[in-house]
Design a protein around this ligand. Structure first.
Ligand code: ADE
Ligand code: ZN
Length: 339
């Protein structure tokens, strides 16, 4: 089949994004624009020089640049513009529903108010729903390199906004910061009615995935690649139909895998794991949803029905209502039939 036919199949497929850090959508052009209006310096001369710095050997090297980039976000309008730029981009890619992360501590630690961050992001999401038809849920992530007391403080700040924040998550430097470090704050979040998710098994061991399940009671595992080291865990994840939000281009750029051709997606699907395709930090890793779908399609020679299966998994793994899910699943079946 011609590349162009597959690309247009991916383009037209209704998609959902379940693993996306809004700070990771900060494109260099917008970063320079916002830095200028906030009178802040970026340590790179221009967009080209900044882009040349986007070469990472591991998660930490990426995080250092990602936090530096996010540090020019100050005003509510900055968070609005960041989120709006993301939504218009994925609208072009036929993404219908997003469940995105924001990292409040990245901003509140710089004395930016929690309300500015939340309101800026949320207003853009509401406008995206109204003007672009993209439905959404918002997930507040705790930074795992900070201590649990800081996560507790952040949770306190979120309590008045339970109507806007559906879940808490866990991200940042994984190795040495196991889910168990956050078991108390996740317990409190669950008691307060939040859903929970966590990054686990990206660089960290499969044991971290077990901890996320057993101690943090997560409803999805973000990444989860390392589950394959533990066949009993794989069986459990398959039995529970616990979603794994995979991010192929991120894994490639952060050297979790050497080559997309080695991506264990088909093995995971053979094990009946509920795997979904996502973009993580698209401004840094070379692509949004279509580029992630295209990357693995080309590397693994996926068929249209396998691609459609992955898109369906995204809706199944979402927090849409059962009726909404059914509507999208039927739409994808029909799309596959006609394309
Ligand atoms: N924060 C942003 N992207 C991340 C990733 N891939 N893993 C952990 N924390 C992150
Ligand atoms: Zn992530």
């Amino acid at each position: 089949m011609k590349d162009s036919e597959m690309l247009s199949f991916i383009q037209g497929l209704p998609k959902t994004e379940l693993h996306l850090h809004i700070e990771g959508t900060f494109e260099p052009e917008l970063m320079f624009k916002i830095a200028k209006r906030n009178n802040l310096e970026i340590k790179y001369a221009d967009v080209e020089e900044l882009k040349r710095a986007y070469s990472f050997n591991n998660l930490q090297e990426f995080l250092d640049i990602y936090y530096a980039g996010a540090s020019v976000l100050i005003e509510e309008q900055d968070f609005y513009d960041l989120t709006w730029a993301y939504l218009t981009k994925v609208h072009e890619e036929n993404v219908k529903h997003v469940e995105i992360f924001f990292d409040p501590q990245t901003h509140t630690d710089r004395n930016v108010s929690f309300e500015y961050v939340l309101n800026g992001i949320y207003k853009a999401l509401e406008d995206g729903q109204k003007q672009l038809g993209i439905s959404f849920k918002l997930i507040m992530s705790f930074l795992r390199h900070l201590d649990e007391a800081s996560a507790f403080k952040t949770l306190e700040q979120a309590l008045p906004y339970k109507d806007k924040i559906i879940a808490v998550g866990l991200d940042s430097s994984e190795l040495g910061n196991p889910p168990s470090k956050f078991k108390n704050v996740f317990k409190k979040a669950l008691d307060e009615g939040f859903l929970t998710v966590a990054h686990a098994g990206e660089e960290g061991p499969s044991e971290y995935i077990r901890e996320a399940l057993d101690l943090l009671k997560v409803g999805r595992i973000d990444h989860g690649n390392r589950c394959l080291d533990d066949i009993d865990l794989v069986k459990r994840l398959a039995k529970e139909q616990m979603p794994l939000t995979l991010c192929p281009l991120s894994n490639l750029e952060l050297k979790v895998i050497k080559d997309l051709k080695e991506y264990p997606l088909l093995k995971m699907m053979e094990h009946n794991l509920l795997v979904t395709i996502n973009s993580d930090d698209p401004a840094y890793f070379g692509g949004y949803m279509n580029e992630n779908f295209w990357g693995i399609t080309k590397a693994l020679n996926l068929s249209k029905s396998q691609i459609a299966e992955l898109a369906k998994n995204g809706f199944k793994a979402s927090w849409l209502s059962p009726n909404e899910k059914q509507t999208y699943l039927k739409e994808i079946d029909l799309y596959l039939l006609n394309n």
